[in-house]
Write a protein that binds this ligand. Structure first.
Ligand SMILES: [Zn+2]
Length: 211
């Protein structure tokens, strides 16, 4: 219970501070949200976007799950994407993975049938696609490389989704980018995958990821 009491105390102090330092700010953002980023990240407690990227409240529309998967058959993922793109017109989608990801590590282990194992099948799919490359690496390097490849795969899952394709087709600005976070130095690293149009995506990977 101590943690919950601390949480409530912190919240009261934060509320007082922000209303004192910036009167009217909370009221000004209370009517609507206009986020600049849809963040798709891991549920890991150490990788919350608010601390990592330091943008003001209201800037980031967040979806997190185990191993930062954009599952094309998951109603939660699809609803978040649809609302972010069709209603909020969010111009940037950031898929953020992280090294040392427990979900990615578990995807390298023997498969079970409990919910998290079934969820991680989506990461195992990425592993199977790149098994030849990954199996040459030692264990920790393999997990870290799979974390990078998983981000890349989720970027592609987003780019091939009808919601994004329709948005690009009607001329809506949507930039999809993959990054990875290293808890050891606190830095985000771009993974060299960034797409602003269907043409750009198809030119790189559309054929490989179609179907
Ligand atoms: Zn993780």
């Amino acid at each position: 219970m101590h943690t919950i009491r601390q949480m409530m105390k912190n919240n009261r102090e934060w509320s007082e501070r922000i209303r004192k330092e910036n009167p009217g700010y909370l009221e000004s953002i209370s009517h609507s949200q206009k986020p600049e980023i849809l963040w798709i990240g891991c549920s890991d407690a150490r990788v919350g976007p608010d601390q990592l990227i330091g943008l003001p409240m209201g800037s980031v529309f967040v979806h997190r799950n185990v191993a930062n998967v954009f599952a094309t058959n998951d109603l939660n993922c699809l609803a978040v994407l649809e609302y972010a793109i069709d209603e909020l017109k969010v111009p940037n989608i950031v898929v953020c993975g992280h090294y040392g990801c427990g979900g990615v590590n578990a995807a390298l282990e023997h498969k079970g049938v409990n919910p998290v194992d079934l969820w991680l099948d989506q990461v195992r799919f990425v592993y199977n696609r790149y098994a030849e490359e990954l199996n040459h690496l030692e264990r920790s390097e393999r997990a870290n490389r799979l974390a990078e490849l998983n981000v890349e795969a989720q970027v592609h899952n987003i780019c091939r989704n009808t919601i994004i394709r329709e948005a690009w087709k009607r001329g809506q600005q949507v930039n999809v980018i993959g990054v990875i976070y290293d808890i050891h130095d606190g830095l985000l690293k771009q993974l060299g995958i960034e797409f602003r149009s269907q043409e750009a995506w198809e030119a790189c990977y559309g054929e490989a990821f179609s179907g």
